[in-house]
Each structure stands twice: as C-alpha cells, then as structure tokens.
Ligand binder design. Structure first.
Ligand code: ZN
Length: 78
C-alpha cells in the first residue's frame, strides 16, 4: 500500500504514507492544536477497542470527529 493520505485540515498540504490504511489523519502540527485531555481519552479508547471486542467503535469515532473539528476550527482561527 503506497497511497498517501492528507491532513483533515483544509489547505494543509501535509501527507502521510498510509501504511496502516487510515481513513482520516491529522498532521502533527494540527494535532498539537487540539486539547490534551480528549487526546488522552482517545488514546485510551483506541487501546480498549483493540483489546475489548465488545467495545463500541463509535465511541472512538465520535471523539475523533470532535478532535478533527477542533483542529479544523483552530487552524482557521475560530
Ligand atoms: Zn495539518
């Protein structure tokens, strides 16, 4: 797989070699603009998702959408 995925933030030109088959990705620089606390929860939920088959993927997805919105808004200076 050599497809490249680009940052979710509009007009951001950073891309990542999508080895892991992500559907969406936020670059380091924009990721840093998001709050630390939800980021930490996201990391914990992702870990839980890997180990617990009954854990709803939506919980990870919802938080991802929240962080994505935050990154986009902050990048736009809202
Ligand atoms: Zn970016």
């Amino acid at each position: 797989m050599s497809d490249r995925i680009s940052c979710c933030v509009p007009f951001c030109r950073r891309t990542l070699r999508n080895d892991k088959g992500y559907s969406e990705w936020i670059c380091q620089e924009h990721w840093r603009m998001t709050d630390k606390f939800p980021r930490r929860i996201l990391a914990r939920r992702k870990k839980r998702l890997k180990t617990d088959a009954t854990y709803p993927a939506k919980k990870v997805d919802d938080l991802w959408q929240f962080l994505k919105k935050q990154a986009i808004e902050r990048a736009a200076g809202i």
